[in-house]
Design a protein around this ligand. Structure first.
Ligand SMILES: Cc1ncc(COP(=O)(O)O)c(C=O)c1O
Length: 383
């Protein structure tokens, strides 16, 4: 029994007719960049998330950079984020000319720890502090699909007059206290990378916001800084969502809540089956949140168990796994200039050594999950 990490073919097979029809319609119409399909998708996402504006761009990475720029992040600024995320999060800050300032994670949720944000801000704003704080924004990531502790993060932002940009690349449809991730901060950034819960057949992204100025600036930035054709008010980007992707995503959006519900039930089954397995910590699920369960990640807690050996063992049985993420951003070569060292963010560093992401997708069957857990148990007994 082969179990891939994500099964995009199974999903396509389940909605083939709808997808094929949508693709043919766009091809027949001959409008491929922006246009009515993208506009329709933007307004559907806006109403799905309960926000006023949604602007389609070329990727989740671009969504982050354009949102940061539209929030006024400029060279010399500092933006607080997590070191336990995909590079795009911090890269987007650096590409605005600003500096990523890392704050360690809560080991239970893997998301940025608001208490540590508060501690850092306190130290930076002390009357006798040598350097004046240049922190202008917070960039929390809803990792694996579980919303960060937004209430505390928004409180801190209000107190210190900071913008909040949510990295929702893995969390479309997730909810924090009844509100959709992406609708809570100044801007939310979505990714439609194929393996995401709402995946395109290529790259795609979106910025969502309730702020008309942020929306307007992103609209201008995505088309070379122009408001009207060949009239440029700033340097921008070529970062547009394709009509074909929008058409595919419109079909898929109708299934998203059902798919996320299925993901949550698969995650709950993993958690139930793994909860009494020695040495393994199942994924924690926050009570007041609904995760989109983009990834189901366990921790190998027992130091006597080798994560690499477990991965190899699963692979030998046809089960694909992944490590999200094997090296925290503060230890990446690209951030040498920030002069961090091992031990600076112990929770993130421990997570990078212990996490292992197991297959999860709506079509994954109960028997497959049971088998995966059996293979893990067998490995532990053998070890
Ligand atoms: C947390 C996070 N942020 C940002 C991105 C960037 O999204 P994209 O691949 O669409 O550029 C991704 C996805 O790869 C991600 O997982």
């Amino acid at each position: 029994m082969n179990v891939p990490l994500v099964d995009l073919k199974a999903q396509y097979t389940s909605i083939k007719e709808e997808i094929d029809e949508a693709i043919l319609e766009v091809v027949g119409r001959g409008q491929f960049i922006l246009g009515p399909e993208v506009e329709a998708f933007e307004s559907e996402i806006a109403s799905y998330l309960g926000v006023k504006y949604a602007v389609g761009v070329a990727s989740g990475t671009d969504a982050l950079q354009l949102a940061l720029l539209a929030c006024g992040i400029k060279p010399g600024d500092e933006v607080i984020t997590t070191p336990f995320t995909f590079i795009a999060t911090a890269e987007s800050i650096a590409k605005c000319g600003a500096t990523p300032v890392f704050v360690d994670i809560d080991p239970k949720t893997y998301n940025i720890d608001p208490e540590k944000i508060e501690q850092l801000l306190k130290s930076k704003t002390r009357p006798k502090s040598e350097s004046k704080s240049k922190i202008t924004a917070l960039l929390p990531v809803h990792l694996y699909g579980q919303p960060a502790t937004m209430e505390r993060i928004l409180d801190i932002a209000r107190k210190h007059n900071l913008k909040v940009i949510e990295d929702c690349a893995q969390a479309l449809g997730a909810e924090y206290k009844g509100k959709k991730a992406g609708s809570l901060g100044d801007a939310g950034c979505l990714s439609f990378f194929p393996s995401k819960v709402l995946g395109a057949y290529g790259d795609g992204g979106m910025v969502v916001t309730n702020d008309p100025e942020i929306a307007e600036t992103v609209r201008i930035l995505r088309v070379h800084g122009s408001k009207t054709t060949y009239r440029h008010v700033m340097h921008g980007f070529n970062s547009r969502l394709d009509a074909l992707q929008a058409a595919i995503l419109r079909v898929k959006l109708k299934h998203l809540d059902r798919w996320n519900e299925l993901r949550r039930s698969k995650a709950a089954l993993y958690t139930q089956l793994l909860s009494r397995v020695d040495g393994i910590e199942p994924l924690y699920s926050e009570k007041n949140c609904k995760s989109s369960c983009n990834y189901y990640t366990i921790r190998i807690k027992d130091p006597r168990l080798s994560r690499d050996e477990l991965r190899k063992h699963l692979e030998s049985k046809g089960i694909q796994t992944m490590i999200y993420y094997p090296l925290s951003l503060h230890l990446q070569e690209v951030y040498k200039y920030l002069k961090h060292k091992s031990g600076d963010f112990p929770e993130s560093e421990q997570a990078q050594e212990q996490v292992l992401t197991l297959p999860i997708y709506p079509e994954l069957e109960q028997a497959q999950i049971e088998r995966i857990v059996e293979v893990i148990k067998h490995f532990i007994k053998r070890d």
